[in-house]
Design a protein around this ligand. Structure first.
Ligand code: OOG
Ligand code: MG
Length: 264
């Protein structure tokens, strides 16, 4: 079947939804629709998430930042942060398994996540204000699965694709944020018992609280805020690594603990 490259928001939405459900790669939207802008891309994301919520009979449980570390910006060749949405149906716990074949070409990446204590509403929220609104922090790992071939995309492409979101693994240990210096938390990322990357919390825009401030100020551009009790993934601390059946990947973060994912 030949598919016509989409040049409208509805066409892009249909193509991204089908690509995910059929586990097939597509070319970036901007190859054929260079005028696709960031605002339209976030509108497509919103509609895509609404379709996924309906299809998966689930609900939105959180938000995720992307491209908040230099390592990721360099790896993906996009030099600004982005945000996406986390769905309840795609959450995994420590020690759970992931069937790699259920996705297109998944990669794993280590993250710090937060739970917010109170509503945050931008614009002009500072990192200090954002930090004060963090109730707890936890170890997380994102499984990203761009619907684009070879993970090649521009900012509007990846935004429309809900920032490559596929699965999100979270620890059940929530560590109270009071007294934690998120910047100096050491991060070790291992695959099959070997250390593949390391980082510290400061890899996220100098301070993970800066990531939360960026998110709430960006949401304000779209008239949205972050409700109290929201899970927020702060973005990968290091570059992402490809995973294959049989792999065991593990994220350990000082003071927060560790979590493991088994790939089948
Ligand atoms: C885009 C998603 C980036 C992160 O944590 O930086 C992201 C991608 O790399 O495909 O989730
Ligand atoms: Mg991520």
């Amino acid at each position: 079947m030949t598919t016509v490259a989409p040049t409208t928001a509805d066409g892009a939405l249909a193509e991204l939804f089908a690509a995910q459900n059929e586990r097939r790669e597509i070319e970036p939207l901007t190859d054929t629709w260079p005028a696709l802008d960031e605002r339209t891309a976030y509108q497509i994301q919103k509609k895509l998430v609404a379709k996924q919520v309906e299809e998966e009979r689930t609900r939105v449980v959180g938000l995720k930042l992307g491209l908040t570390s230099k390592a990721k910006q360099v790896q993906m060749k996009v030099d600004e942060p982005i945000y996406g949405v986390l769905l309840g149906s795609r959450m995994l716990g420590d020690g759970e398994s992931l069937a790699v074949a259920s996705l297109i070409h998944p990669k794993a990446e280590p993250e710090i996540a937060f739970v917010t204590a109170r509503e945050l509403r931008g614009p002009n929220v500072t990192a200090e204000q954002a930090r004060a609104a963090i109730a707890s922090a936890l170890v997380a790992m994102e499984i990203i699965d761009s619907r684009y071939k070879n993970f090649r995309f521009t900012l509007p492409d990846v935004v429309a694709d809900n920032t490559s979101a596929a699965r999100y693994v979270v620890s059940s240990f929530l560590v109270p944020a009071a007294g934690l210096d998120l910047r100096t938390l050491g991060v070790v990322f291992e695959k099959n018992g070997e250390v593949v990357t390391t980082a510290a919390g400061a890899a996220i825009l100098g301070d993970p609280a800066e990531g939360l401030a960026w998110l709430v100020n960006k949401l304000a551009e779209h008239g949205e805020s972050i409700p109290a009790g929201t899970l927020v993934g702060a973005g990968a601390l290091t570059d992402a690594i490809a995973i294959a059946p049989g792999d065991v990947v593990r994220v350990s973060i000082a003071q927060l603990g560790s979590l493991t994912l088994r790939c089948t």
